[in-house]
Ligand binder design. Structure first.
Ligand code: NIG
Ligand code: FE
Length: 411
């Protein structure tokens, strides 16, 4: 099946060469072809260029994109989209004055979601999660990382990861799975964290590896959750199972998570609302991608990741949603872009680089996703007729997407 998109007002993020990630000042440029065409064959981008150079004879479908912008679909490198139930009562509790921490301390938070998930059947969990997956595909997300971490028992973690595997199999969206057994300490292990870590290492990881349920491993490295030493232990053990780290660090406190992630060659360190002394320097000596999650800051009312400091020091930055029931009940990458521009002072060019090629890098899929490059997957957003690409983050809260193509399929 050959599809031709023609008369495209602007084709964005056109990279002739396969770039891995975009850093520092380079994030300010976004390569564009104006008045362009794009040719897709099956699931692959096979050609693009200026309309005047178009030289195609027969295609199966032609789409007129006059006045519209075409860009790579969003690469959302950090989500917890598989979960059971919701936590709107905690949302109301926070409005009435409780903090996220206070709610967690009285058994709410992650443990609340874990309880709901443990009591939910695998089929029901799948149905609840699929609803959200369909929603984010319509909003332009073409590749997504999904974490476990609301199971917290062997069976429930496996249940989550099997649901992720089913999503991967049944939808065109590219899925990467991350094992986050170290998301919170279950009540039964309240006074014995070390035994829970034993369970993660000796029982969960081997079974997950055996069933090939995850490519990545995550730890919530934070005061009151898992310490730097705990994280070190888990990441050391994960090597045996070829699980690459992508970890939660510096959400509320900078306790050394960045350094321990880098020590274990983490693909990404995510959150970074708080930066510690030396974090930028450590990152600059690594290949680890920093990832910001601005909708989480928005929803919890916590500081935004200091994107300017990060980018101005020459580092790359990726943007992701963190879609989860507690801190970010939204998987809308368009809102993430707007919030990054409005609250973190990222330029539209930086935000688009962060949400496409850098997001792909943070999932280890930059060879196939995240830019308009011949040979990459046909994961595309076709916007409504809009005046310019800056209009996308500017018109926050509006849906400016006309059509989405994922793996060559219209969504
Ligand atoms: O990334 N910080 C840890 N995990 C999630 C929130 C978990 C929850 O509240 O359910 C996050 O924000
Ligand atoms: Fe998260």
């Amino acid at each position: 099946m050959a599809i031709l998109l023609q008369n495209i007002q602007s084709l964005l993020q056109v990279r002739e060469d396969f770039v891995k990630k975009i850093s520092g000042i380079d994030m300010k440029s976004l390569p564009i072809v104006k008045n362009a065409y794009l040719l897709v064959e099956d699931d692959i981008i096979v050609d693009y260029g200026k309309m005047e150079d178009l030289n195609v004879t027969i295609v199966d479908k032609t789409i007129d994109c006059s006045g519209k912008i075409v860009l790579p679909a969003w690469c959302d490198s950090h989500t917890h989209i598989v979960y059971a139930g919701n936590r709107e009562q905690e949302f109301v509790d926070r409005i009435n004055g409780l903090t996220y921490e206070e709610i967690a301390n009285r058994g709410g938070g992650i443990l609340n979601s874990a309880k709901q998930l443990q009591e939910t059947s695998e089929d029901d969990l799948y149905e609840q999660s699929v609803k959200r997956v369909k929603e984010v595909m319509k909003l332009g997300t073409g590749a997504i990382e999904i974490k476990s971490g609301y199971g917290l028992t062997l069976d429930a973690e496996l249940k989550m990861l099997r649901v992720i595997k089913r999503i991967k199999k049944n939808f065109p969206i590219k899925v990467k799975a991350t094992f986050l057994g170290a998301h919170a300490l279950p009540k039964e292990f309240k006074n014995d964290k070390s035994s829970y870590i034993d369970l993660i290492i000796n029982e969960m990881m081997p079974q997950i590896a055996k069933e090939e349920l995850a490519q990545y491993v995550d730890v919530f490295c934070e005061k009151g959750y898992f310490s730097v030493e705990d994280t070190d232990r888990i990441l050391t053990a994960s090597k045996e199972y070829n699980l690459t780290p992508k970890i939660h660090v510096n959400q509320f406190n900078a306790i050394g998570g960045v350094q321990i992630g880098i020590k274990h060659k983490a693909l990404s360190v995510d959150h970074l609302e708080i930066l510690g002394d030396g974090d930028l320097k450590s990152l600059s000596q690594s290949e680890t991608m920093p990832v910001a999650l601005p909708s989480c800051s928005y929803f919890l009312g916590i500081p935004y990741t200091p994107a300017r400091q990060i980018i101005d020091s020459g580092l790359p930055l990726a943007l992701a949603t963190d879609y989860n029931p507690g801190s970010t009940p939204s998987g809308n990458m368009n809102f993430v872009l707007s919030t990054a521009c409005i609250k973190m002072k990222m330029t539209p060019e930086e935000a688009i680089n962060a949400a496409t090629i850098n997001g792909a890098y943070a999932m280890g899929i930059e060879n196939q996703y995240g830019s308009i490059t011949k040979g990459k997957k046909a994961n595309l957003i076709i916007t409504e007729k809009i005046p310019s690409y800056s209009y996308l983050p500017y018109a926050f809260g509006s849906n400016n997407i006309d059509q989405v193509i994922i793996n060559g399929v219209f969504i």
